[in-house]
Design a protein around this ligand. Structure first.
Ligand code: GTR
Length: 396
């Protein structure tokens, strides 16, 4: 989102020009030689110091430990249960995109009566295949009728598309909670109470609940994709909900795929100051004290293992720390290998526009902060490889 990015620029500038206005976030470090030494926690070492030797110990012991750490220190706890949900297909157009797709507008209602909240899910499925299709699912910034995804290209490649407007769930403002779906949950309390990213992630799982009921969709092949702040939400959703078959992070940066302890680009101090409603209150305690964080974002990526994971950066998007995103993907690699898949087929950061794709994929694109056609081409190729045609049951 460029306007928000511009705002950050103004905040940093004013910090430099107007120190008298009080404590400001220090300007971002974008100089590799100024990255301080840091130590990353080992995702394969349990809290009691034992090493994770097999998939079972990962699943039953380490995975829950890591989830708890991210809930407590970063995103906040996602409560179990929650309000009653209802799915209603409000409109179906079987000849969308010139007859190549069926478009459905689905109202997903949370709670009852005046207090209820509603998320509108836009769904396109290609008309050609007779079997349920894999789907790219993600939240959008612009409302459903202005989704900036290349829907026709995706549909023509045999994939469905599902998207909802993130503001329906939690308006993206410091005081957005009062209009968010949080109002339908018992009052949140404590420094580990969930916040906007937690709610957006929760909503992605509710969209998947709907997709599981749609016979045109193969809900076992849903690729979750998010750009920027919505990439943070996609990663957190994919980490918590193993039903997502693939997760794609497009330039998710700080609090997403980028390592926090590297202190390059956006920092915990900058993000929690500018967006106090995104994370749980505990995260802000690590502003300027990243070394004390008991987790780092490579472990968030590891929570997606062994499912296919794509982390993408853009070379001019230094605010999101491309190298920190690569290093986090590399840091998740040992977990994938311990679980018996390959990981990231690279030891060094690949050159610009040279994707590397294994069970973990990574690229750094030329250009700036955006979800570009180049990115989509790689994601479609990645999905083709991991969701081969003909693996889904035929439609009943
Ligand atoms: C920026 C924010 C980033 C990223 C981005 C976006 O202002 O600092 O963390 O989320 O917005 O969502 O476009």
């Amino acid at each position: 989102m460029k306007p928000a990015r511009a705002l950050i620029g103004i905040a940093v500038l004013s910090a430099a020009l107007l120190p008298a206005l009080g404590a400001q976030t220090p300007p971002a470090n974008e100089d590799e030689s100024k990255v301080p030494p840091y130590v990353l926690p080992d995702p394969l070492v349990l809290a009691d110091g034992r090493k994770v030797g097999d998939a079972r110990t990962w699943k039953e012991k380490r995975r829950p430990e890591l989830l708890r750490l991210f809930e407590t220190h970063v995103y906040g706890r996602t409560p179990a249960g929650g309000p009653k949900r209802r799915f209603q297909v409000t409109k179906t157009d079987p000849s969308a995109l010139g007859g190549r797709a069926t478009r459905k507008d689905v109202a997903i209602t949370f709670g009852d009566g005046a207090a209820s909240r509603r998320m509108d899910l836009l769904v396109y499925v290609p008309n050609a295949p007779r079997a349920p299709v894999p789907v790219f699912l993600g939240l959008n910034f612009q409302r459903n009728d202005a989704v900036k995804w290349p829907v026709e290209t995706i549909v023509d490649r045999g994939y469905g598309v599902a998207s909802a407007f993130y503001g329906d769930l939690f308006p993206d403002r410091a005081d957005g909670a009062g209009e968010s779906v949080l109002t339908l949950f018992p009052a949140r309390q404590g420094p580990d109470a969930w916040n906007a990213i937690g709610v957006w992630a929760w909503a992605l799982s509710r969209a998947l609940d709907y997709l599981e009921t749609d016979r045109a969709v193969d809900a076992k092949r849903v690729a979750l994709l998010g750009h920027s702040r919505l990439g943070k939400a996609a990663l957190w959703a994919g980490a918590q909900d193993p039903r997502f078959a693939m997760v794609i992070s497009n330039e998710s940066g700080c609090g997403g795929a980028a390592l926090s302890k590297r202190i390059y680009g956006e920092t915990v101090a900058a993000i929690t100051k500018q967006f106090p409603h995104w994370f749980c209150a505990n995260f802000a305690r690590y502003a300027g004290r990243e070394a004390e964080l008991p987790v780092d974002q490579h472990e968030l990526l590891a929570l997606i293992a062994p499912r296919p994971l794509y982390v993408a950066s853009a070379v001019e998007d230094r605010w999101a720390d491309p190298k920190g995103e690569f290093l986090a993907a590399l840091g998740a690699d040992p977990v994938y290998r311990r679980l018996g898949t390959d990981g990231l087929p690279a030891h060094e950061m690949p050159a610009v526009d040279q994707p590397v794709q294994g069970q973990i994929a990574y690229h750094v694109r030329s250009g700036g902060h955006d979800l570009a056609d180049y990115d989509w081409r790689q994601y479609l190729a990645f999905a083709d490889r991991h969701f081969p045609a003909g693996t889904a049951p035929r439609r009943r």
